[in-house]
Ligand binder design. Sequence first.
Ligand code: NAD
Length: 392
Amino acid sequence: MIIQPKVRGFICTNAHPQGCAANVREQIEYIQSQPAIDNGPKRVLVVGASTGYGLASRITAAFGSGAKTLGVFFEKPPTEKRTASAGYYNSAAFESEAHKAGLYAKSINGDAFSDAIKAKAVEMIKEDLGQVDLVVYSLASPRRTDPKTGELYSSVLKPIGESYTAKNLNTDKLEITDITVDPANEEEIANTVKVMGGEDWELWMQALGEAGVLSDNCKTVAYTYIGEKLTWPIYGHATIGKAKEDLDRAARAITESSPAAANVAVLKALVTQSSSAIPVMPLYISLIYRVMKEEGTHEGCIEQLYRLYTEGLYTDTPRLDGENRLRMDDKELRSETQAKIEKLWPQVTAENLFELTDYKGYQADFLKLFGFGVAGVDYDAETSPQVEAEFS
Ligand code: NAD
């Protein structure tokens, strides 16, 4: 089939196998161009390993530290008529590159919130790795089925307390209009914490700890975003921010109750399949792209992850805040950088979008997530959606 992007709103419903593979190779090459990670992890479990920050975590561990990696994700395989999801192609490409480099790499495709997938991961670690010395928790999901009760919870992206009106970019129509989001009620807040809070991270660490597969010097990290004034009403001080606060509680509980030392890492705002679904974020990210590219401080997932390993997880002098969180959002949150963004924010209109912001860069990165717009890939060529992959 000819595989061209099918974009609907903030999602792209197909993906290009060769484009995804090229993206993975590009990230591997970046890591290979950097100094190896001193005292880095050798056996790593990444939960949410197929796209965005989780994929970059896996690539950094494997190619920066020579780690054996087990990845867990929830991705659609291809059929004769439909392409796979991008994360499926990314993971197939990652495994193939890792195997070529002589590195152990296996993956589990299934619901990480379930007891069955946790048990499968434990079994594979026991059989193949013995123990792990790093567990990366990088799930982003709108829903979670509680493994004990079978109840399905959905998260919402809403402010807390009062409604919030803000400038929003409709990425389909390229219109900028004010949107008003009503505040969440108590149940919606609790449900969002249930989906995106720390409970599942704790359940993973409990299952791994009880099975004796965490090494004595094991570390675990989960990711959060905090942001600044422009995004607080819809992120930091909103339902998702409440859920993320729960990660701080979970980190303390995990450190107390398991052999692993747990930290939350604060990463910068970037285009991923998850962040493009959050109101206000596409416009904010287009602005920070422009400002940070001008400053020479722009980073993608892989640059952030390399710094997280070298300046956060595997250094004697990690950059920690008062909550024991590893701060990798230092460049985004510099006061000069935020001041430039705050100055530009009220001036942006649909007419000057491409001039005042780097929406072009945002759009290109969005399509790239699905393997489109990648140099060297022939998008007019007949392409099979099938790829070789052996996921458990
Ligand atoms: P993403 O959508 O690119 O990745 C999500 C991953 O979770 C994928 O591997 C997907 O397969 C997996 N997943 C989802 N549901 C699953 C399930 N039920 N079972 C197994 N796997 C499942 O998202 P991302 O932006 O890389 O986010 C990863 C983490 O980083 C999140 O905690 C997010 O809040 C955080 N973060 C993101 C940003 C940003 O700007 N994108 C910034 C800071 C922190």
